[in-house]
Design a protein around this ligand. Structure first.
Ligand code: ZN
Length: 387
């Protein structure tokens, strides 16, 4: 064997070893199961495929939890993990799921809405595959997902995504983005079927409030806010004013543009009787000019580059050495979601939605996010769902 041949074989072995090692990590991430504990308020658990059969036995299917109150009232749908790289949404949804008890009305929670996206990642951007939340019983481990569904579950992408039914031309990648595929259709691409199934929940269950929970860059103007169309504007405005006055954190309302199609805050309102709200809390991790995309940055939001940009007035949120800790973002979501229900109930008392046992902003900041999670090893097996 010549020297050149030996070098080629050696290189081949090194490349193959790197591929196997890297591939194994991605395989394990895609198959990592997140234990979710159905709390004392959960009365029924369904799958999303019960509302659109064609997602059954696909990576798009996911759990839908129902918390029905002792007394009838209005209904709220909370969707988290539309974008799984904005995890404060999932963390807030799990606080509701594991703790909330409904006095009046019904809460419907889909914690891992784009299930395929939650099992996807962005290796080119150096995303961590997992993150951990400290609790009183140890660390709870989560998958860090991506904004879009995986190619493994929906492929190929078109050159241009033609939105259904408006035929607006969107970026090709948005065909896998469940905040562009609303209102969806039962026989469209897989992500259109996911949003269609959620529309069916909203229409069949007569949902009054649909809350899609997100995170946004500090350099993006639509952050730390509620995005609301005209029909939801009044309740959104009362909510932001109330949390600002009583709980002392910033929040404002952004109008949902009527000409930009496919977004939850636009299409849910146009295609059902529900009032949609999209919540954004700042997530410095997603800003472009930061240091490495580490788990620490995801958790505390501290970054020296953002700090210098903040001093030049380039950010749309207040920002200092304390960064933007996860507990603040999750706490904001907990308060804003509860305040939306309070304001809705004031306006429509016959459809009161009253939730108990969920912390507000100050509680989450004081006690930490993990304080509200139960230990799956000690929970009754029948209440643990792997999502
Ligand atoms: Zn988002």
């Amino acid at each position: 064997m010549s020297r050149t041949q030996s070098i080629k074989i050696l290189l081949l072995v090194i490349v193959a070893a790197a591929m196997i090692q890297g591939g194994r990590q991605l395989f394990n991430h895609r198959h990592f199961q997140l234990p979710i504990i159905a709390g004392p308020g959960v009365t029924e658990v369904k799958k999303l495929s019960e509302y659109c059969q064609d997602i059954e036995d696909t990576m798009a299917d996911t759990y839908v939890f129902f918390l029905e109150g002792k007394e009838p009232g209005g209904k709220t749908l909370i969707m988290a993990s539309t974008h799984s790289n904005e995890p404060a949404a999932l963390l807030a949804a799990l606080i509701f799921l594991e703790n909330a008890v409904m006095e009046k009305g019904t809460l419907i929670i889909i914690p891992v809405f784009n299930h395929s996206g939650s099992r996807n990642t962005r290796p080119g951007d150096g995303y961590p595959l997992y993150f951990e939340i400290p609790t009183e019983w140890g660390k709870k481990k989560f998958r860090m997902g991506n904004r879009d569904a995986s190619w493994l579950d929906q492929w190929p992408d078109p050159d241009v995504y033609i939105h259904y039914p408006d035929r607006q031309l969107l970026s090709f990648i948005d065909v896998r983005n469940t905040n562009r595929t609303w209102p969806g259709r039962p026989d469209g691409p897989l992500m259109e079927r996911v949003t269609y199934a959620a529309m069916q929940i909203i229409r069949e269950e007569n949902v009054d409030i649909a809350v899609d929970v997100h995170g946004a860059e500090t350099m993006f103007p639509v952050t730390n806010c509620i995005v609301a169309p005209e029909k939801s504007k009044r309740i959104a405005t009362m909510t932001t004013l109330t949390v600002k006055a009583r709980e002392k954190f910033d929040n404002h309302v952004e109008p949902s543009p009527s000409g930009f199609r496919g977004l939850s805050h636009r299409e849910i309102g146009d295609y059902s009787d529900a009032m949609p709200f999209l919540l954004e809390a700042p997530i410095p991790f997603l800003d472009q000019p930061t240091g490495p995309k580490t788990e620490a940055l995801l958790m505390d939001g501290k970054d020296p580059f953002l700090l210098s940009l903040a001093k030049e007035g380039k950010l749309f949120v207040s920002y200092d050495e304390t960064g933007w800790p996860m507990a603040k973002r999750v706490g904001q979501h907990c308060s804003v979601i509860q305040e939306l229900m309070t304001q809705f109930s004031k306006k429509f008392p016959d459809k009161t939605i009253s939730v108990q046992n969920v912390p507000r902003y100050a509680d989450v900041v004081k006690n930490g996010v993990g304080h509200y999670y139960k230990n799956p090893d000690q929970a009754d097996e029948k209440n643990v769902y792997f999502n």
